[in-house]
Design a protein around this ligand. Structure first.
Ligand SMILES: [Zn+2]
Length: 417
């Protein structure tokens, strides 16, 4: 009896689906992979055999009770009560590098094929002193040193480099359009890094990387469209539609912070007036606070975490003028979220970032703003979740983005139609 022709089941997308499932869910039995991906048991067996031959997937035997017969081809052993054989990604099948660029800080991480961060380093650098060429030269120097310092585990060249940048980026062209971390605008990042390292180099803003990290974390996210709003120096957003981070046709989509609240409102760091960010961003709150309280030696352009924490503490300790600033920021955030819901109707909205330090002060007014702005008949959620700020999430997402692209590349190369 002949097998169903393989052409009925395109192998590449199915293999990518299996890799992605294992990366998100960890070790899994063939039957569970089949259920999750909709592939038949025979197809799962055939495809995972291919993936094992390619050294991408391995059998992972759960701890056995004593007998522990570690036979290499464990699939056809005795059937009596043996533990399910699980499949897992081979961590060393490939490695990728994630880079994160924020104001005065460059971080570099090494991710394995499972998406786990194995090593990372931080460099405090006056990023705003760098021009475009100095930035590129520095990134190359730091990445070179990182690869050299970790040559005990980086035994093959990284298959991808993904750069997460604070600010507005064009993920199609690989350019930083504008970043608060840099003085110069329009800096091409991916081209010189591709010339230096080959492989897949990509770049996106940090909010998109965080969105990617959330899609790969089943504890945070159970499926469906979602947005993650990042509060901090500026206001960013990552948008996930149909399982993918949405960058828009021009590669610059989801700039939530630069949607307008009042066209002739206060000056935004983008150079225009009245953006949501010009009311909610750290610099905006500090700028308004300077008119209300005495602040020592303030550089309002780049408030420090200590300065912001000081404002939050004073607001919590009864300074009603300062508390009003946070409430007002919360209300305007609520208006912005109402627009987002009206336009896209996501299932869930996460709010995170260092600026969420004052979320408790902002939240009641956020919901008031949301209720005032929403059409009552269209009010159907979504769930708004405050996600405790985890500064490693962007790097985690950068690593994840590299691996997603690497999976596609591996299987597209052999797809000769
Ligand atoms: Zn703006």
């Amino acid at each position: 009896m002949s097998r169903r022709p393989e052409s009925d089941t395109p192998r590449q997308p199915s293999q990518i689906a299996i890799l992605r499932y294992l990366r998100v869910h960890g070790p899994a039995a063939r039957i569970d992979i089949g259920t999750a991906t909709g592939l038949s048991p025979a197809t799962v067996t055939s495809l995972t055999a291919d993936l094992m031959t390619q050294g991408l997937v391995q059998e992972s035997h759960p701890a056995t009770n004593g007998n522990g017969a570690t036979n290499a081809n464990g699939t056809h052993g005795s059937t009596r009560g043996r533990p399910k054989v699980l499949l897992d990604l081979v961590p060393g099948a490939a490695c990728v590098i994630g880079v994160k660029l924020t104001i005065n800080l460059i971080e570099i991480a090494l991710g394995n094929f499972k998406g786990e961060i194995e090593r990372n380093t931080e460099h405090s650098i006056k990023t705003r002193d760098l021009n475009a060429q100095e930035l590129i030269d520095l990134l190359i120097k730091l990445i070179d040193r990182f690869i050299k310092d970790n040559n005990d585990i980086i035994t093959t060249p990284p298959v991808g480099i993904s750069v997460a940048v604070q600010g507005v980026t064009d993920s199609n062209s690989g350019e930083i359009i504008w970043s608060p971390a840099l003085r110069q605008r329009q800096i091409a990042i991916t081209k010189p890094l591709t010339e230096r390292y080959g492989g897949i180099v990509q770049m996106s803003n940090d909010a998109n990387c965080i969105a990617t990290a959330i899609t790969q974390n089943t504890a945070l996210h159970g499926g469906g469209d979602f947005a993650v709003i990042m509060l901090g120096y500026g206001i960013g957003m990552g948008l996930v539609l149909n399982g993918n981070v949405y960058n828009g046709h021009f590669g610059t989509a989801a700039e939530f912070g630069h949607m307008k609240y009042q066209p002739d409102g206060p000056l935004c760091n983008c150079g225009r007036r009245g953006c949501l960010e010009a009311y909610i961003g750290d610099y905006a709150i500090l700028r308004d606070a300077m008119g209300l309280v005495d602040l020592p030696d303030t550089n309002s352009l780049h408030p420090s975490e200590e300065q912001m924490m000081d404002l939050v503490a004073r607001a919590r300790n009864g300074n009603e003028d300062l508390a009003d600033l946070f409430r007002h920021a919360g209300k305007i955030l609520g208006y912005g979220i109402a627009n987002l819901i009206a336009l896209l109707g996501p299932k869930q909205i996460f709010i995170t970032g260092s600026g969420a330090r004052a979320y408790d002060l902002m939240e009641p007014e956020l919901h008031r703003g949301l209720n005032l702005a929403q059409v009552p008949e269209l009010r159907r959620g979504p769930e708004i979740t405050h996600l405790a700020w985890d500064k490693d999430l962007a790097l985690q997402g950068a690593v994840g983005q590299s691996l997603l692209r690497h999976d596609e590349n591996m299987f597209q190369a052999g797809n000769g139609n």
